[in-house]
Ligand binder design. Structure first.
Ligand SMILES: COc1ccc(C(=O)NC2CCC2)cc1-c1cc(C(C)=O)n2cccnc12
Length: 121
């Protein structure tokens, strides 16, 4: 009988997957692992119009929803910026977002991507 076909990840999905795994590891506390709910963050859904989190990004990667690498990087920035909008500067969430954003954008800089392009087929 016909075997179910598991979609082969495209080269772009493999590159995004590589960076996503590095970013997931940096979120040791899991503050960015799942959508922020109104019960853990009062009024969150009223204050943040475009929520984003690592599990949603994972779903989008696997569904092939990122057409370009900058599209993925934009969701990563959105996730960090949301945390720096909702939370006050002296919170673990704001500070964690600041640190994650700096590390992530450095890792996914244009220079780093150019280096990667050189080694990819
Ligand atoms: C998926 O989101 C979370 C998951 C777990 C935790 C958590 O373990 N918080 C404990 C550390 C002190 C309570 C916090 C959060 C969390 C993320 C966020 C973000 C990202 O804004 N947040 C904001 C206010 C309150 N809680 C949170």
């Amino acid at each position: 009988e016909r075997k179910p076909t598991i979609a082969e990840p495209t080269p772009l999905q493999q590159v995004i997957d590589h960076f996503h795994k590095l970013i997931e590891r940096k979120d040791a506390n899991g503050f960015f692992a799942f959508p922020v709910t109104d019960n853990i963050a009062p009024m969150y859904s009223r204050i943040i119009s475009s929520p984003m989190d690592l599990s949603t990004m994972r779903t989008k990667i696997d569904a092939g929803e990122y057409e370009t690498f900058p599209d993925y990087r934009a969701d990563f920035k959105l996730m960090c910026e949301n945390a720096m909008t909702y939370n006050l500067p002296d919170t673990v969430y704001y500070k964690g977002a600041q640190k994650l954003m700096a590390a992530g954008l450095k890792m996914m800089s244009k220079e780093k991507l150019l280096q990667l392009k050189r080694v990819l087929p």
